[in-house]
Design a binder for this molecule. Structure first.
Ligand code: FAD
Length: 372
Protein backbone atom coordinates (compact mmCIF):
# COMPACT_ATOMS: atom_id res chain seq x y z
CA UNK A 1 0.00 0.00 0.00
CA UNK A 2 1.43 3.33 -1.12
CA UNK A 3 0.06 5.66 1.48
CA UNK A 4 2.17 8.74 1.08
CA UNK A 5 2.06 8.52 -2.66
CA UNK A 6 4.05 11.47 -3.99
CA UNK A 7 1.76 14.38 -4.77
CA UNK A 8 2.85 16.40 -7.73
CA UNK A 9 2.76 20.09 -6.82
CA UNK A 10 -0.70 21.46 -7.44
CA UNK A 11 -0.84 22.42 -11.13
CA UNK A 12 -0.53 26.15 -11.93
CA UNK A 13 -4.16 26.24 -13.00
CA UNK A 14 -5.16 24.93 -9.56
CA UNK A 15 -3.14 27.66 -7.81
CA UNK A 16 -4.85 30.37 -9.84
CA UNK A 17 -8.19 28.73 -9.18
CA UNK A 18 -7.54 28.74 -5.44
CA UNK A 19 -7.10 32.53 -5.52
CA UNK A 20 -10.34 32.93 -7.50
CA UNK A 21 -12.36 30.72 -5.13
CA UNK A 22 -10.92 32.56 -2.12
CA UNK A 23 -11.88 35.92 -3.61
CA UNK A 24 -15.41 34.63 -4.24
CA UNK A 25 -15.69 33.35 -0.67
CA UNK A 26 -14.25 36.51 0.85
CA UNK A 27 -17.39 38.35 -0.26
CA UNK A 28 -19.62 36.02 1.74
CA UNK A 29 -20.07 35.09 5.38
CA UNK A 30 -21.34 31.75 6.57
CA UNK A 31 -23.15 31.16 9.81
CA UNK A 32 -22.27 27.51 10.54
CA UNK A 33 -19.03 25.69 11.09
CA UNK A 34 -19.73 22.31 9.55
CA UNK A 35 -22.78 21.39 7.56
CA UNK A 36 -25.25 23.53 5.67
CA UNK A 37 -27.48 23.41 2.64
CA UNK A 38 -27.73 26.44 0.35
CA UNK A 39 -29.20 26.12 -3.14
CA UNK A 40 -28.20 29.75 -3.71
CA UNK A 41 -24.51 29.00 -3.07
CA UNK A 42 -24.61 25.83 -5.20
CA UNK A 43 -26.12 27.74 -8.13
CA UNK A 44 -23.52 30.49 -7.77
CA UNK A 45 -20.75 27.86 -7.88
CA UNK A 46 -22.42 26.25 -10.90
CA UNK A 47 -22.55 29.59 -12.69
CA UNK A 48 -18.81 29.97 -12.24
CA UNK A 49 -18.24 26.47 -13.62
CA UNK A 50 -16.85 25.13 -10.34
CA UNK A 51 -19.00 22.00 -10.02
CA UNK A 52 -18.33 18.73 -11.85
CA UNK A 53 -15.08 20.22 -13.11
CA UNK A 54 -13.54 16.80 -13.86
CA UNK A 55 -16.45 15.68 -16.06
CA UNK A 56 -16.49 15.76 -19.86
CA UNK A 57 -17.66 19.05 -21.36
CA UNK A 58 -20.65 17.41 -23.06
CA UNK A 59 -22.05 16.75 -19.58
CA UNK A 60 -21.39 20.24 -18.24
CA UNK A 61 -17.86 19.60 -16.95
CA UNK A 62 -14.55 21.34 -17.68
CA UNK A 63 -12.32 18.27 -18.15
CA UNK A 64 -10.02 19.53 -15.39
CA UNK A 65 -8.10 17.25 -13.05
CA UNK A 66 -9.07 15.92 -9.63
CA UNK A 67 -6.58 18.24 -7.96
CA UNK A 68 -8.52 21.24 -9.27
CA UNK A 69 -11.66 19.74 -7.77
CA UNK A 70 -9.71 19.15 -4.56
CA UNK A 71 -8.71 22.82 -4.39
CA UNK A 72 -12.30 24.02 -4.87
CA UNK A 73 -13.61 21.64 -2.19
CA UNK A 74 -10.81 22.52 0.18
CA UNK A 75 -11.44 26.26 -0.07
CA UNK A 76 -15.21 25.89 0.31
CA UNK A 77 -15.06 23.61 3.32
CA UNK A 78 -12.25 25.53 5.02
CA UNK A 79 -14.39 28.67 4.76
CA UNK A 80 -17.35 26.88 6.38
CA UNK A 81 -19.45 27.25 3.19
CA UNK A 82 -22.80 25.40 3.19
CA UNK A 83 -21.99 22.97 0.37
CA UNK A 84 -24.42 20.17 1.10
CA UNK A 85 -27.02 21.05 -1.55
CA UNK A 86 -24.83 19.96 -4.45
CA UNK A 87 -22.17 18.05 -2.57
CA UNK A 88 -23.41 14.44 -2.65
CA UNK A 89 -24.54 14.72 -6.27
CA UNK A 90 -21.24 16.23 -7.32
CA UNK A 91 -19.00 14.04 -5.19
CA UNK A 92 -20.53 10.63 -5.75
CA UNK A 93 -23.84 10.39 -7.67
CA UNK A 94 -22.46 12.18 -10.74
CA UNK A 95 -19.23 10.11 -10.87
CA UNK A 96 -21.34 6.95 -10.37
CA UNK A 97 -23.53 7.88 -13.37
CA UNK A 98 -20.47 8.76 -15.41
CA UNK A 99 -19.01 5.34 -14.76
CA UNK A 100 -22.08 3.08 -14.77
CA UNK A 101 -25.03 5.17 -16.02
CA UNK A 102 -26.60 5.17 -19.47
CA UNK A 103 -25.99 7.96 -21.94
CA UNK A 104 -29.54 9.20 -21.35
CA UNK A 105 -29.00 9.29 -17.57
CA UNK A 106 -25.75 11.22 -17.97
CA UNK A 107 -27.32 13.77 -20.29
CA UNK A 108 -30.37 14.14 -18.06
CA UNK A 109 -28.66 14.57 -14.70
CA UNK A 110 -25.01 15.62 -15.06
CA UNK A 111 -25.44 19.08 -16.64
CA UNK A 112 -28.00 20.12 -14.00
CA UNK A 113 -25.75 18.81 -11.20
CA UNK A 114 -22.89 20.87 -12.69
CA UNK A 115 -25.16 23.93 -12.76
CA UNK A 116 -25.81 23.44 -9.04
CA UNK A 117 -29.51 22.85 -9.66
CA UNK A 118 -29.97 19.10 -9.11
CA UNK A 119 -29.31 17.46 -5.76
CA UNK A 120 -29.07 13.78 -4.86
CA UNK A 121 -29.52 11.79 -1.65
CA UNK A 122 -27.88 8.49 -0.75
CA UNK A 123 -30.31 5.61 -0.18
CA UNK A 124 -28.09 2.94 1.30
CA UNK A 125 -28.73 2.45 5.05
CA UNK A 126 -31.78 0.65 6.43
CA UNK A 127 -32.92 0.01 10.00
CA UNK A 128 -31.12 -3.38 10.02
CA UNK A 129 -28.52 -2.69 7.37
CA UNK A 130 -26.01 0.04 8.16
CA UNK A 131 -22.49 -1.30 8.50
CA UNK A 132 -23.72 -4.57 7.04
CA UNK A 133 -24.94 -2.97 3.84
CA UNK A 134 -25.31 -6.32 2.06
CA UNK A 135 -28.27 -7.00 4.39
CA UNK A 136 -30.51 -4.43 2.64
CA UNK A 137 -34.09 -5.61 2.39
CA UNK A 138 -35.76 -2.93 0.28
CA UNK A 139 -36.85 -4.99 -2.66
CA UNK A 140 -37.51 -4.23 -6.29
CA UNK A 141 -40.00 -6.52 -7.99
CA UNK A 142 -40.02 -6.85 -11.76
CA UNK A 143 -43.10 -5.45 -13.49
CA UNK A 144 -43.84 -4.42 -17.04
CA UNK A 145 -41.40 -1.65 -18.05
CA UNK A 146 -39.65 -1.37 -14.70
CA UNK A 147 -39.60 -2.25 -11.02
CA UNK A 148 -41.82 -1.75 -7.97
CA UNK A 149 -39.91 -0.66 -4.87
CA UNK A 150 -41.02 -1.59 -1.36
CA UNK A 151 -39.04 -1.01 1.81
CA UNK A 152 -37.50 1.55 4.12
CA UNK A 153 -34.28 3.57 4.03
CA UNK A 154 -32.99 5.53 7.01
CA UNK A 155 -30.50 8.29 7.92
CA UNK A 156 -30.83 9.76 4.43
CA UNK A 157 -29.23 13.21 4.52
CA UNK A 158 -31.33 16.03 3.02
CA UNK A 159 -33.69 13.76 1.02
CA UNK A 160 -36.44 16.29 1.71
CA UNK A 161 -34.50 18.92 -0.27
CA UNK A 162 -33.18 16.68 -3.06
CA UNK A 163 -34.45 15.84 -6.52
CA UNK A 164 -33.17 12.28 -6.71
CA UNK A 165 -31.96 9.42 -4.57
CA UNK A 166 -29.76 6.56 -5.69
CA UNK A 167 -31.15 3.60 -3.78
CA UNK A 168 -29.43 0.28 -3.22
CA UNK A 169 -32.12 -2.39 -3.48
CA UNK A 170 -32.53 -6.12 -3.62
CA UNK A 171 -33.51 -7.42 -7.05
CA UNK A 172 -33.03 -11.11 -6.15
CA UNK A 173 -33.55 -12.97 -2.86
CA UNK A 174 -30.55 -13.13 -0.47
CA UNK A 175 -28.02 -15.82 -1.29
CA UNK A 176 -26.14 -17.05 1.80
CA UNK A 177 -23.27 -18.31 -0.40
CA UNK A 178 -22.80 -14.88 -2.00
CA UNK A 179 -24.16 -12.09 0.22
CA UNK A 180 -23.15 -9.44 -2.30
CA UNK A 181 -25.21 -10.90 -5.14
CA UNK A 182 -28.72 -9.78 -6.08
CA UNK A 183 -28.30 -6.06 -5.34
CA UNK A 184 -28.91 -3.21 -7.79
CA UNK A 185 -28.93 0.58 -7.81
CA UNK A 186 -31.85 2.69 -9.01
CA UNK A 187 -32.52 6.39 -9.35
CA UNK A 188 -35.66 7.44 -7.50
CA UNK A 189 -36.95 10.76 -8.81
CA UNK A 190 -38.23 12.14 -5.54
CA UNK A 191 -40.55 14.86 -6.85
CA UNK A 192 -42.44 12.75 -9.36
CA UNK A 193 -42.46 9.15 -8.12
CA UNK A 194 -45.66 8.09 -6.39
CA UNK A 195 -45.37 5.88 -3.31
CA UNK A 196 -42.28 7.62 -1.86
CA UNK A 197 -42.80 8.97 1.67
CA UNK A 198 -40.14 11.13 3.33
CA UNK A 199 -40.29 11.53 7.10
CA UNK A 200 -37.97 13.86 9.03
CA UNK A 201 -35.62 12.62 11.76
CA UNK A 202 -34.40 15.48 13.95
CA UNK A 203 -30.74 15.13 14.92
CA UNK A 204 -28.94 15.83 18.20
CA UNK A 205 -28.45 19.46 17.18
CA UNK A 206 -32.23 19.88 16.75
CA UNK A 207 -31.91 20.09 12.96
CA UNK A 208 -33.75 18.32 10.19
CA UNK A 209 -30.79 16.68 8.45
CA UNK A 210 -31.83 13.01 8.35
CA UNK A 211 -34.89 11.36 6.89
CA UNK A 212 -36.59 8.03 6.81
CA UNK A 213 -37.66 7.27 3.25
CA UNK A 214 -40.35 4.63 2.70
CA UNK A 215 -41.27 3.07 -0.65
CA UNK A 216 -44.73 1.64 -1.18
CA UNK A 217 -45.07 0.18 -4.67
CA UNK A 218 -42.98 3.05 -6.02
CA UNK A 219 -42.56 2.47 -9.76
CA UNK A 220 -39.02 2.86 -11.14
CA UNK A 221 -38.85 2.65 -14.94
CA UNK A 222 -36.11 0.53 -16.54
CA UNK A 223 -34.41 3.74 -17.72
CA UNK A 224 -33.66 4.61 -14.09
CA UNK A 225 -31.73 1.44 -13.27
CA UNK A 226 -28.07 2.41 -12.79
CA UNK A 227 -25.59 -0.03 -14.32
CA UNK A 228 -26.42 -3.70 -14.43
CA UNK A 229 -29.09 -5.48 -12.45
CA UNK A 230 -27.24 -7.58 -9.85
CA UNK A 231 -24.06 -5.46 -9.98
CA UNK A 232 -25.13 -3.12 -7.17
CA UNK A 233 -22.51 -4.23 -4.67
CA UNK A 234 -19.54 -3.54 -6.98
CA UNK A 235 -21.04 -0.18 -7.92
CA UNK A 236 -21.87 0.91 -4.38
CA UNK A 237 -18.41 0.05 -3.05
CA UNK A 238 -16.78 2.12 -5.79
CA UNK A 239 -19.14 4.98 -4.86
CA UNK A 240 -18.21 4.71 -1.17
CA UNK A 241 -14.49 4.86 -1.92
CA UNK A 242 -15.09 8.26 -3.57
CA UNK A 243 -17.03 9.39 -0.50
CA UNK A 244 -14.35 8.80 2.08
CA UNK A 245 -11.09 10.64 1.74
CA UNK A 246 -11.96 14.19 0.65
CA UNK A 247 -10.81 17.28 2.54
CA UNK A 248 -14.35 17.75 3.90
CA UNK A 249 -13.54 15.00 6.40
CA UNK A 250 -11.02 17.12 8.31
CA UNK A 251 -11.54 20.69 7.10
CA UNK A 252 -15.12 20.96 8.37
CA UNK A 253 -13.58 21.96 11.70
CA UNK A 254 -11.11 24.40 10.15
CA UNK A 255 -13.17 27.55 10.88
CA UNK A 256 -13.26 26.48 14.54
CA UNK A 257 -9.54 25.76 14.57
CA UNK A 258 -8.80 29.21 13.13
CA UNK A 259 -10.85 30.92 15.79
CA UNK A 260 -9.28 28.74 18.46
CA UNK A 261 -5.79 29.82 17.40
CA UNK A 262 -6.55 33.38 18.49
CA UNK A 263 -8.72 32.48 21.49
CA UNK A 264 -6.79 29.75 23.26
CA UNK A 265 -5.01 29.96 26.61
CA UNK A 266 -1.18 30.09 26.23
CA UNK A 267 -0.85 26.69 27.99
CA UNK A 268 -2.69 25.14 25.06
CA UNK A 269 -0.22 26.25 22.39
CA UNK A 270 1.50 22.86 22.26
CA UNK A 271 -1.84 21.08 21.76
CA UNK A 272 -2.75 23.49 19.00
CA UNK A 273 0.65 23.05 17.37
CA UNK A 274 -0.01 19.32 17.28
CA UNK A 275 -3.43 19.86 15.70
CA UNK A 276 -1.95 22.08 13.01
CA UNK A 277 0.82 19.55 12.29
CA UNK A 278 -1.73 16.74 12.01
CA UNK A 279 -3.82 18.87 9.70
CA UNK A 280 -0.83 19.30 7.42
CA UNK A 281 -0.28 15.53 7.24
CA UNK A 282 -3.95 14.73 6.69
CA UNK A 283 -4.16 17.27 3.92
CA UNK A 284 -1.16 15.74 2.23
CA UNK A 285 -2.62 12.23 2.52
CA UNK A 286 -6.00 13.35 1.21
CA UNK A 287 -4.42 15.20 -1.73
CA UNK A 288 -2.22 12.19 -2.49
CA UNK A 289 -5.34 10.04 -2.81
CA UNK A 290 -6.87 12.55 -5.23
CA UNK A 291 -3.58 12.28 -7.15
CA UNK A 292 -3.88 8.48 -7.20
CA UNK A 293 -7.46 8.58 -8.51
CA UNK A 294 -6.23 11.02 -11.13
CA UNK A 295 -3.63 8.52 -12.27
CA UNK A 296 -6.21 5.74 -12.62
CA UNK A 297 -5.53 3.83 -9.36
CA UNK A 298 -8.30 2.73 -6.95
CA UNK A 299 -6.97 3.65 -3.50
CA UNK A 300 -10.01 2.35 -1.56
CA UNK A 301 -8.02 1.13 1.47
CA UNK A 302 -5.99 4.33 1.60
CA UNK A 303 -9.25 6.32 1.42
CA UNK A 304 -10.65 4.32 4.36
CA UNK A 305 -7.50 5.03 6.36
CA UNK A 306 -7.70 8.77 5.68
CA UNK A 307 -11.37 8.82 6.65
CA UNK A 308 -10.59 7.03 9.91
CA UNK A 309 -7.74 9.40 10.84
CA UNK A 310 -9.53 12.51 9.60
CA UNK A 311 -12.74 11.97 11.53
CA UNK A 312 -10.90 11.17 14.75
CA UNK A 313 -8.91 14.37 14.17
CA UNK A 314 -12.10 16.40 13.70
CA UNK A 315 -13.41 15.11 17.04
CA UNK A 316 -10.11 15.96 18.69
CA UNK A 317 -10.32 19.57 17.53
CA UNK A 318 -13.60 19.91 19.40
CA UNK A 319 -12.14 18.24 22.51
CA UNK A 320 -9.07 20.48 22.53
CA UNK A 321 -11.22 23.58 21.97
CA UNK A 322 -13.36 22.80 25.00
CA UNK A 323 -10.27 22.77 27.19
CA UNK A 324 -8.15 25.42 25.48
CA UNK A 325 -10.79 28.12 25.19
CA UNK A 326 -13.67 27.01 27.39
CA UNK A 327 -17.05 28.66 26.97
CA UNK A 328 -20.59 27.71 27.89
CA UNK A 329 -21.58 25.97 24.64
CA UNK A 330 -24.59 27.68 23.09
CA UNK A 331 -25.62 27.05 19.47
CA UNK A 332 -27.57 30.35 19.44
CA UNK A 333 -24.76 32.49 20.87
CA UNK A 334 -23.87 35.83 19.22
CA UNK A 335 -20.20 34.93 19.56
CA UNK A 336 -19.09 33.01 16.44
CA UNK A 337 -16.52 30.89 18.33
CA UNK A 338 -19.11 29.78 20.91
CA UNK A 339 -21.61 29.01 18.16
CA UNK A 340 -19.06 27.02 16.13
CA UNK A 341 -17.90 25.08 19.15
CA UNK A 342 -21.49 24.21 20.12
CA UNK A 343 -22.27 23.14 16.60
CA UNK A 344 -19.12 21.00 16.34
CA UNK A 345 -19.67 19.38 19.74
CA UNK A 346 -23.24 18.47 18.77
CA UNK A 347 -22.18 16.99 15.43
CA UNK A 348 -18.94 15.33 16.57
CA UNK A 349 -20.53 11.97 17.50
CA UNK A 350 -21.61 11.53 13.88
CA UNK A 351 -18.17 12.23 12.33
CA UNK A 352 -16.92 8.67 12.78
CA UNK A 353 -20.24 7.08 11.75
CA UNK A 354 -21.18 8.68 8.42
CA UNK A 355 -19.69 6.97 5.36
CA UNK A 356 -18.74 3.83 7.34
CA UNK A 357 -17.91 3.57 11.03
CA UNK A 358 -14.37 3.57 12.42
CA UNK A 359 -14.63 -0.09 13.46
CA UNK A 360 -15.82 -1.19 10.04
CA UNK A 361 -13.18 0.86 8.23
CA UNK A 362 -10.48 -0.62 10.44
CA UNK A 363 -11.68 -4.10 9.50
CA UNK A 364 -11.32 -3.12 5.82
CA UNK A 365 -7.88 -1.62 6.42
CA UNK A 366 -6.70 -4.72 8.30
CA UNK A 367 -7.90 -6.97 5.49
CA UNK A 368 -6.29 -4.67 2.92
CA UNK A 369 -2.97 -4.90 4.77
CA UNK A 370 -3.30 -8.69 4.93
CA UNK A 371 -3.60 -8.63 8.73
CA UNK A 372 -6.89 -10.56 8.79
C1 FAD B 1 -24.15 12.41 9.61
C2 FAD B 1 -24.59 11.13 8.97
C3 FAD B 1 -25.09 11.15 7.68
C4 FAD B 1 -25.53 9.97 7.09
N1 FAD B 1 -26.07 10.04 5.83
C5 FAD B 1 -26.53 8.92 5.24
C6 FAD B 1 -27.15 9.00 3.97
O1 FAD B 1 -27.28 10.08 3.39
N2 FAD B 1 -27.62 7.86 3.41
C7 FAD B 1 -27.49 6.65 4.02
O2 FAD B 1 -27.90 5.65 3.44
N3 FAD B 1 -26.93 6.54 5.25
C8 FAD B 1 -26.45 7.64 5.88
N4 FAD B 1 -25.89 7.57 7.13
C9 FAD B 1 -25.89 6.29 7.84
C10 FAD B 1 -24.51 5.69 8.01
O3 FAD B 1 -24.00 5.23 6.79
C11 FAD B 1 -24.66 4.56 9.04
O4 FAD B 1 -24.99 5.16 10.28
C12 FAD B 1 -23.38 3.77 9.23
O5 FAD B 1 -23.08 3.05 8.06
C13 FAD B 1 -23.48 2.81 10.42
O6 FAD B 1 -24.62 2.02 10.35
P1 FAD B 1 -25.64 1.90 11.58
O7 FAD B 1 -25.99 3.28 12.01
O8 FAD B 1 -26.76 1.00 11.14
O9 FAD B 1 -24.81 1.24 12.75
P2 FAD B 1 -24.56 -0.32 12.97
O10 FAD B 1 -24.13 -0.93 11.68
O11 FAD B 1 -25.74 -0.89 13.65
O12 FAD B 1 -23.32 -0.29 13.94
C14 FAD B 1 -23.47 -0.11 15.35
C15 FAD B 1 -22.10 -0.21 15.99
O13 FAD B 1 -21.56 -1.53 15.77
C16 FAD B 1 -20.28 -1.47 15.16
N5 FAD B 1 -20.12 -2.54 14.17
C17 FAD B 1 -21.01 -2.92 13.23
N6 FAD B 1 -20.49 -3.91 12.47
C18 FAD B 1 -19.24 -4.14 12.93
C19 FAD B 1 -18.20 -5.03 12.55
N7 FAD B 1 -18.32 -5.86 11.54
N8 FAD B 1 -17.03 -4.99 13.25
C20 FAD B 1 -16.86 -4.12 14.28
N9 FAD B 1 -17.84 -3.26 14.70
C21 FAD B 1 -19.00 -3.27 14.03
C22 FAD B 1 -20.25 -0.13 14.44
O14 FAD B 1 -18.95 0.34 14.28
C23 FAD B 1 -21.08 0.75 15.38
O15 FAD B 1 -20.26 1.27 16.40
C24 FAD B 1 -25.45 8.74 7.77
C25 FAD B 1 -24.94 8.71 9.07
C26 FAD B 1 -24.52 9.87 9.68
C27 FAD B 1 -24.01 9.81 11.08
Amino acid sequence: MELLYPVAPFPKQAQALRAEVRAFLAERTFAQATEGFSAELSRALGERGWLGVTWPRIYGGREWGLLERFVITEELVAAGAPVWAHFIAERQSGPLLLRFGTEEQRRTFLPSIARGECYFAIGMSEPDAGSDLAAVRTRATRVDGGWLLNGRKIWNSFTHLCHGMIALVRTAPPDEKDRHAGLSQMIVELHTTKGVHIKPIINLAGRHHFNETTFEDAFIPDERVVGEIGNGWQQVTSELAHERSGPERFLGVFPLLRKLLVRCEPEAHADLGRLVAHLFVLRRMSASIAGQWQQGATPAIEAALVKDLATIYAKEVADVARLAAPVEVDPESDDPYTRMLAHTVLHAPSFTLAGGTTEVLRGMIARGLGLR
